[in-house]
Design a protein around this ligand. Structure first.
Ligand code: ADP
Ligand code: MG
Length: 579
């Protein structure tokens, strides 16, 4: 066959394939156009999973009659002029391709009226061919009607999934945009069934409750971060709320829904060691970044972006999410539907939980409590929510403290609790230099040369923390003093922590690095599981824990206590309820 220039019709059908893959892609493009037009109200009507009809009606600023034909021409856009503008675009569209593409593979009707005009205009496009421009009555804004999508590209039609799948894709898409634009009133009707309607009052949590159910809406944790030119907002699930796949992880970048594996990876890293293997969080996160720092033109459907400094973006996301997670971790409560076994029975250990505690070597039986399965309290605990004043009962198995509160029994992991107490002391007192207590006998520490190299630059930091350590020949150090409140603990163990390899996911930011180092020191020097404590020491620990800012978790995010409510105890003993 000789080389030929493709007819416009064929060329646009081929190009359309990149942008318009399925009905939900049409919905996405039309929705983005309506948002770009400043609509406050958008109504979407779908018939037969979008194959019969997709109609999007908005109250935005409309298209002048004289520009209707241009709107459906290829590479025609009102949103940018030069290629350089790509790095300043604030609109969702910019390629000028969507309407042309849609028009070439469907029966398209475009009706629009701009403010101040007393009539609207209508243009029909059939398989890429424009009809006449007509005057018509119309409300202000734009209606785009797409009928018989892919009627002239049967191959495309064959690739579509079952109606239920295509409908689901549209639902998922509109849901995400509803969350991204809570101030816009959105309505979705599929086959005359009202699918969704949002209030447009800007309240994202209310929206989440409507979309995911009240219980989930209430549990989701808010994320906010504002660092230089990176803003992150949105919601993530607490560690007790997971899914078996990543489908509920959504990222918007500058108002644009993107599918970015690296952003997802950053999110998952923030949950690292907190979730069972194979479980994923729910998240809807909105990233705002100056347009010049992100390239949005890397994908025809604009579903991917490229960041100028990806590492900064990813570590910013990871940190913000981690912070939100650690600020809020409810006291695990044993659910009555769990495998809580009566005395003599067997407690099932869910092996997945053991993964979560892989690096906790402090407690003798680290996995037992979570293995019983736990749920967040029905009243979600807010960050400020403290456990009540507790009355110490005693120590069990030289590992747990038992205490009584007004609302039941508390089991406290002595190691995790002590870690938390020490950690907060360090963090509180390190604002000034922490006073050192000079040891009667300096303690020599011998390290491998490699470890000694790693430790030497940390000496000033250690000094500020109250560790008086000085070089003492090759590979050797002399510990002359330790922080006052660590008296009686093993200084060598504390030092060892500083030279250990860091986990891969650790961000080498100085302030964070220090907090992590401190957390590690605390883990090392805290009372261990299996260690007897005097009644006085037990009392002191419970009192110190009560005074902590975040008493419910250790610095690594694991629970310090489990709450057995009176209600649960009564049910377990058959005093109340079904059993
Ligand atoms: P793009 O959005 O990339 O500019 P489109 O093909 O989606 O390309 O739209 C072409 C042009 O038509 C837009 O630039 C805009 O000026 C106009 N337009 C499309 N939809 C609407 C709408 N709902 N309201 C107002 N103008 C619209
Ligand atoms: Mg567009």
């Amino acid at each position: 066959m000789p080389i030929r220039i493709l007819s416009d019709e064929v060329a646009s059908q081929i190009a359309a394939g990149e942008v318009i893959e399925r009905p939900s892609s049409v919905v996405k493009e039309l929705l983005e156009n309506a948002l770009d037009a400043g609509a406050r109200r958008i109504s979407i009507r779908i018939e037969a999973a979008g194959k019969r009809l997709i109609e999007v009606m908005d109250d935005g600023n409309g298209i002048p009659a004289s520009e209707l034909a241009l709107a459906v021409a290829r590479h025609a856009t009102s949103k940018l002029v030069t290629a350089q503008d790509l790095f300043t675009v604030r609109t969702l569209g910019f390629r000028g391709e969507a309407l042309a593409s849609i028009g070439s593979v469907s029966h398209l009707t475009l009706i629009s009226r701009i403010p101040g005009s007393d009539s609207g205009a209508q243009l029909k496009v059939d398989g890429g061919k424009n009809g006449p421009l007509e005057t018509t009555g119309a409300p202000q804004g734009t209606v785009v009607r797409v009928e018989d999508l892919f009627y002239n590209v049967p191959a495309r039609l064959k690739f579509l999934k079952q109606d239920i799948t295509e409908r689901g894709q549209i639902d998922a898409l509109v849901t995400r945009y509803a969350l991204a634009y809570p101030e816009v009133r959105l309505r979705l009707i599929q086959d005359s069934r009202q699918g969704m309607q949002t209030a447009g009052n800007g309240d994202r949590r209310e929206l989440l409750a409507n979309l995911y159910g009240v219980e989930i809406g209430r549990q989701l944790l808010e994320v906010t971060a504002d660092e230089d030119d990176l803003k992150l907002n949105g919601f993530i699930s607490p560690i007790s709320l997971t899914r078996s796949n990543r489908r509920e992880i959504t990222f918007f970048v500058n108002g644009r829904w993107v599918q970015d594996t690296a952003l997802t990876a950053a999110l998952l890293q923030a949950y690292h060691t907190l979730l069972m293997v194979g479980r994923y969080p729910l998240a809807v996160l909105f990233l705002e970044i100056p347009p010049e720092l992100v390239d949005v033109n890397v994908h025809p459907a604009k579903a991917e972006v490229r960041f100028r400094s990806p590492d900064r973006v990813f570590s910013g996301v990871q940190r913000a999410v981690r912070r939100a997670l650690l600020a809020y971790t409810p006291i695990p409560q044993i659910s009555s539907s769990s495998h809580w076994a009566p005395i003599g029975g067997q407690v099932e250990i869910d092996p997945a939980w053991e993964m979560a505690s892989q690096d906790e070597n402090g407690a003798a039986t680290p996995t037992a409590p979570p293995a019983m399965g736990w749920i967040p309290r029905t009243q979600p605990a807010l960050p400020a929510d403290r456990p009540p004043i507790l009355r110490l009962v005693g120590q069990v198995g030289a590992t747990y403290l038992v205490a009584e509160g007004p609302d039941g029994l508390y089991l406290i992991d002595q190691h995790a609790a002590h870690e938390r107490v020490l950690f907060e002391r360090f963090m509180r007192e390190r604002r000034q230099d922490i006073p050192a207590q000079t040891l009667l006998e300096p303690v020599p520490v011998h390290l491998s040369l490699q470890d000694a190299e790693a430790l030497t630059p940390q000496l000033p930091f250690l000094h500020r923390l109250g560790f008086q350590v000085e070089p003492f020949g090759p590979g050797s150090f002399l510990v002359r003093g330790i922080p006052v409140f660590l008296l009686g603990s093993d200084p060598v163990a504390a030092l060892q922590v500083l030279v250990e390899d860091f986990e891969e996911d650790e961000t080498p930011l100085q302030s964070e690095l220090e907090a992590r180092l401190i957390a590690r020191i605390c883990k090392r020097v805290a009372i261990k599981g299996g260690q007897e404590m005097t009644h006085q020491e037990q009392e002191a620990l419970v009192r110190d824990l009560e005074r902590c800012q975040s008493p419910r978790t250790c610095p690594h995010g694991r629970p310090t206590m489990i709450h057995l409510s009176v209600d649960l105890l009564e049910r377990q003993f058959g005093r109340r309820g079904s059993r």
